[in-house]
Design a protein around this ligand. Structure first.
Ligand code: C2O
Ligand code: CU
Ligand code: CU
Length: 479
């Protein structure tokens, strides 16, 4: 509903069953009963208030990924929305390592069990209002759970949805729209024989052992690829241009996407936008790497594909059936008045190295934690009681990020641009304003951003969701 210039939504988080595999009822955790959750559409500058009501068996936290959101609505990992009847003696009572409490269905999650208790944790009861000013560029955002130590299993169970921000500038471009604009939330899942979502901690032999988190070390992947909650869908299209708004919402799986027709020819993926909205100009890809949490806004043209033929969206770094993502079946010729202008956005920030008042080095690497393996930033696991980085509102900084293995690094609140990758220039898919950057093994990446918007405590972390739960997250305080 809309009152007083604010768009209001109410979402109930609850258990449900979803028919994900044909004829099979899979128990899921949902936003409003569906997996993925309802897609919210907003206009730039028009605030949104979402009231979340938690009927799940566990506490939850909602984060709007890519949102330019004040800290109190940003979904800090200990800012819990408690479920009905949850003992409210303290926010940390949900921590299984502290309390011996297991999550619903005996799940423990991929947590490193660092056992920190945040004295500033906020306990809010069974509903919470999240306010999003939407004072930001038009783009595809997503909302998902962000509870400390349990983000990965909560997303795996279904707690993710899309949130599209639109504005007049983008509307005026003439990109494919309406039924020719397709948001694609790509995820992978594993299913047990009975159709349950199969997360490794459900295996009783992995519970309550020292090093319980080691099966999660690389992150959890599944062999079933879902697009908007459906396995390997086939979508009927006209022989015209389509706008595909791709999100990799997988916990840990990387994709290198290609579009291939029946004759084995690859179609161009014409990128028009990145995580944080439109590029300055289109970038043409034959193959597009997409790390967890990244978004790519691409236009594809099916006009040269014969009617009746299929075009497969494939993952060149997937094996077996996980190498297929979805397919498009071209069903008819049709008129097309869409276009891809040579100039897209003129409002991209132009920060330069010389604008930076500070340069930081941050290392994303494995390390020892609580007698087992963890994932650390500069040698430390996440601790909500420690401030890792302090910056001043309005400061421009360069961050030099280095990784041991693949880590998709995400900053809350701000968008950034890449200055370099390896010792060279950023790659073609690094263009534009991003909020998540894929660090590759042994490779350094330099990013530049301006910390504007809001003061307060925000996060940066690896968006391999298991890595995040296993400590690879840190506090960013904007003063
Ligand atoms: Cu989608 Cu803190 O992340
Ligand atoms: Cu985020
Ligand atoms: Cu990582």
């Amino acid at each position: 509903s809309t009152t007083g210039g604010v768009d209001r939504y109410a979402i109930t988080q609850r258990e449900a069953t979803a028919e994900i595999l044909p004829g099979v009822a899979t128990p899921v955790w949902t936003y409003d009963g569906t997996f993925p959750g309802p897609t919210i559409e907003s206009r730039r500058g028009r605030p949104v208030m979402v009231t979340h009501h938690n009927e799940l068996p566990v506490p939850s936290v909602v984060h709007l990924h890519g949102g330019r959101t004040p800290a109190e609505s940003d979904g800090y990992p200990t800012d819990l929305v408690l479920p009905v009847g949850w003992p409210d003696a303290g926010a940390h009572t949900d921590h299984p390592r502290r309390q011996g409490v297991q999550d619903a269905q005996g799940e423990q999650g991929a947590h490193g069990g660092h056992g920190m208790h945040d004295p500033r944790a906020v306990v809010t009861g069974v509903t919470r209002d999240y306010t999003f000013p939407m004072d930001q560029r038009a783009t595809l955002l997503w909302y998902h759970d962000h509870r400390m130590d349990f983000t990965a299993p909560a997303i795996w169970r279904g707690l993710a949805g899309l949130h599209i921000v639109r504005d007049d500038v983008e509307d005026a471009l003439g990109l494919p729209s309406g039924p020719r604009e397709l948001p694609l939330m790509i995820t992978d899942r594993a299913f047990s024989a009975g159709g349950r979502l199969d997360y490794p901690s459900l295996d009783p032999t992995l519970r309550d052992r020292p090093g319980v988190h080691e099966p999660f070390l690389a992150g959890v992947v599944g062999d079933v690829v879902l697009v908007n909650g459906a396995p390997w869908p086939v979508h009927e299209v006209d022989a015209v241009r389509y706008r595909l708004r791709i999100l990799n919402a997988s916990n840990a799986r990387h994709y290198e996407l290609e579009l291939v027709d029946d004759a084995g020819r690859r179609l161009d993926l014409v990128q028009v936008g990145a995580d944080q909205g439109l590029l300055a100009a289109p970038v043409v890809h034959r193959r597009l790497p997409v790390a967890p949490a990244e978004r790519y806004d691409v236009v594809v043209d099916f006009s040269a594909v014969p009617v009746g033929n299929r075009v497969r969206l494939v993952n060149r770094v997937g094996t077996g059936r996980a190498a297929e993502v979805m397919a498009f079946r071209v069903v008819r010729r049709a008129a097309d008045d869409s276009r891809v202008p040579g100039t897209l956005a003129t409002d991209l920030p132009t920060w330069r190295r010389a604008d930076a008042v500070r340069v930081r080095d941050l290392a994303f690497r494995a390390g020892r934690m609580n007698g087992g393996h963890g994932w650390l930033i500069d040698g430390l696991p996440f601790d909500p009681a420690r401030t890792d980085v302090t910056t001043r509102l309005g400061d421009v900084e360069v961050w030099r990020l280095i990784a041991d293995v693949h880590h998709p690094v995400h900053l809350h609140l701000v968008g950034f641009r890449l200055l370099s990758r390896g010792n060279g220039r950023p790659l073609a898919h690094d263009a534009g304003l991003k909020d998540t950057v894929s660090l590759r093994p042994g490779e350094g990446v330099e990013i530049i951003t301006r910390f504007d918007g809001y003061r307060g405590r925000f996060l940066f972390h690896c968006h391999n969701a298991e890595h995040e739960d296993m400590g690879m997250m840190a506090n960013l305080e904007i003063v």
